[in-house]
Design a protein around this ligand. Structure first.
Ligand code: ADP
Length: 202
């Protein structure tokens, strides 16, 4: 089965594009959603997180306190390594079991992994047959993130500064979707790649 890694900077339109592929029949595995799943109340990461960071790392509902952990790891590289040492293997194994189910199910022509930090993470590139980058100008990213998340320009820029550059992502792309235009401009690009991926898969 053809397996594709879809990536792009924050606000580039990954989620929107991935949903359009899913509407055409692609199987989707979104690693951000898996990260939320394992850190939700009762999730697989919760026990190890409490053991490592104490009960203060949870919200009253029992989910990981994302804001508190983000603040902690921002200023403490050891805490970041500990957090990633807990979450990354769980996300990896959940990704693998979901992918195995997709392959065994035989319901989908191809599989798309949505991986925000694919270019940054190294191991991902070797795990997929193709890399699809959703691309737009940095000013477009900034405007979308400010509108969607209510961030200031400085907050948007700070997140982007921790991600790969646009050039670094484009350098590893096998396929590129240009998402600087209006949403209507996506459909023909998605249709063309869907046809291509079905050919690859068949
Ligand atoms: P990502 O998953 O890469 O962070 P999203 O798909 O969530 O990006 O898109 C970021 C924001 O920009 C969302 O609010 C989305 O609805 C909006 N958006 C995405 N593509 C377009 C577009 N072509 N035109 C206008 N808004 C868009």
């Amino acid at each position: 089965m053809l397996e594709i890694g879809l990536t792009g900077g924050i606000g580039s339109g990954k989620t929107r594009v991935a949903d359009m592929f899913a509407a055409r029949g692609a199987a989707l595995i979104d690693t951000d959603l898996l990260a939320h799943e394992i850190t939700a109340p009762g999730g697989a990461a919760i026990g190890p997180l409490v053991a490592a960071f104490g009960p203060g790392c949870l919200r009253p509902d029992g989910a990981m306190d994302r804001d508190a952990m983000r603040a902690l790891v921002f200023s403490d590289p050891t805490a970041k390594a500990t957090l990633e040492g807990i979450t990354h293997p769980l996300i990896r194994s959940l990704t693998e079991s979901r992918a195995a189910a997709v392959r065994a199910g035989g319901q989908h022509p191809y599989l798309i992994y949505v991986v925000p930090l694919l270019v940054e993470s190294g191991s991902w590139r070797a795990r997929v047959g193709r890399v699809l980058v959703v691309d737009c100008q940095e000013e477009t990213q900034i405007a979308r993130v400010m509108a969607r998340n209510g961030f200031t320009r400085a907050q948007a820029l700070a997140i982007m500064a921790r991600q790969a550059t646009r050039a670094a992502r484009l350098a590893v792309a096998d396929d590129v979707i240009d998402n600087d235009g209006p949403p209507e401009a996506l459909a023909p690009q998605v249709a063309r790649l869907d046809a291509k991926y079905r050919q690859h898969a068949g």
